[in-house]
Design a protein around this ligand. Structure first.
Ligand SMILES: Nc1ncnc2c1ncn2[C@@H]1O[C@H](COP(=O)(O)OP(=O)(O)OP(=O)(O)O)[C@@H](O)[C@H]1O
Ligand SMILES: [Mg+2]
Length: 308
């Protein structure tokens, strides 16, 4: 069982246009919308691999049935904490050159009572899981230190907790020494104040995170794969695919790694599964979804090499 805290639920929307002109009228096509947010992506990935998973996130009354049905049908037990504001929409627009522009709303304002309910729901469910993960942004009204608080509590209880977020919540979560941390290259660069462009720089970043108390640090590098550090060793894992939409690949990597770890796999096996899931997301047009058959086909093709 995995517990996912992805509190800032969103409705993910994707669309295409030939030319995304700033300040102009932009007509779009192939519009799709589905329940999303980083937590949903992580949880759906775990569920696609057959792992029992619970997701804690905000939900408004208008969208509750949609989220419960959609996630439930795919094997995710959704624990929606009611909010009076509307869940946010996250927009991904692909232009004629294949570039993707994302527009991310901040999410509804959360009052003290709702914040307390979210934290209590996560605590109760994390205690019953093999592993928990906290991912995505925090809605306005939650504290930048809320992930750090939960990470600290999980660590004190001897349970493994992973984090994938950015900015101040990431900085604070790192100080609480999470079991797992998965920044992408930009998030790692901002966190550490160092360039993370090459594999060598990613390896340095992953080691720096380990030195600050992260047992398993992963710096994801998009099509270049993922660099992970644990027990003083650093590995690069990659698999080459024809990418259609890599948005959400980091979430799927985290979901795959969480499944591996919850099932008792080694860190290297979990990394391979995570990288297969990240790539499996990239080959489908949907954001933050994997098909089990794609993951199974990609897994034997993932290569890992130790980075000196
Ligand atoms: N084009 C690609 N080809 C192969 N693998 C990919 C590709 N894009 C992503 N991946 C895999 O997915 C992992 C995560 O991707 P990435 O580094 O883009 O995450 P991210 O920036 O956190 O994404 P998001 O936050 O949108 O989920 C990579 O480390 C890699 O293993
Ligand atoms: Mg990410």
């Amino acid at each position: 069982m995995i517990t996912v805290g992805g509190f800032n639920t969103s409705l993910d929307k994707s669309m295409e246009t030939d030319d995304l002109r700033v300040g102009g009228v932009v007509r779009v096509r192939n519009v799709r919308a589905w329940p999303g947010g980083k937590g949903a992506h992580v949880a759906l990935t775990a569920a696609a691999l057959g792992e029992p998973v619970r997701l804690v996130g905000l939900i408004d009354s208008v969208h509750r049935a949609l989220f419960e049905d959609f996630l439930g049908e795919r094997g995710v037990e959704f624990h929606g904490v009611p909010t009076r504001g509307s869940v946010r929409t996250c927009l991904a627009v692909r232009d004629g050159k294949g570039r993707i522009t994302e527009m991310l709303e901040p999410g509804p304002e959360v009052d003290a009572e709702t914040r307390g309910e979210i934290l209590a729901s996560f605590r109760a469910l994390a205690g019953a899981a093999q592993l928990s993960v906290l991912c995505g942004s925090l809605p306005p009204g939650m504290g930048a230190g809320d992930y750090a608080t939960l990470v600290g509590e999980e660590g004190s209880a001897g349970r493994r907790c992973g984090v994938d977020t950015s900015g101040e919540p990431l900085r604070r979560a790192l100080d609480a020494r999470p079991f797992l941390l998965k920044p992408n290259r930009d998030e790692a660069a901002e966190l550490l104040g160092a360039a993370v462009k090459s594999i060598g720089e990613a390896a340095r970043a992953a080691r720096a995170l380990e030195a600050r108390g992260v047992a398993l640090s992963i710096v994801s590098m998009g099509a270049d794969g993922a660099v992970a550090c644990w027990e003083g060793r650093t590995f690069l894992a990659t698999v080459s695919v024809e990418a259609v939409n890599p948005v959400g690949s980091g979430d799927c990597l985290l979901g795959g790694m969480a499944v591996g770890l919850a099932r008792g796999a080694s860190a290297e096996e979990a990394l391979r599964l995570g990288v297969a899931c990240g790539a499996a997301n990239a080959v489908t047009p949907e954001t933050g979804f994997v098909r089990r058959e794609d993951v199974e086909a990609l897994l034997p093709r993932v290569t890992t090499a130790e980075v000196e």
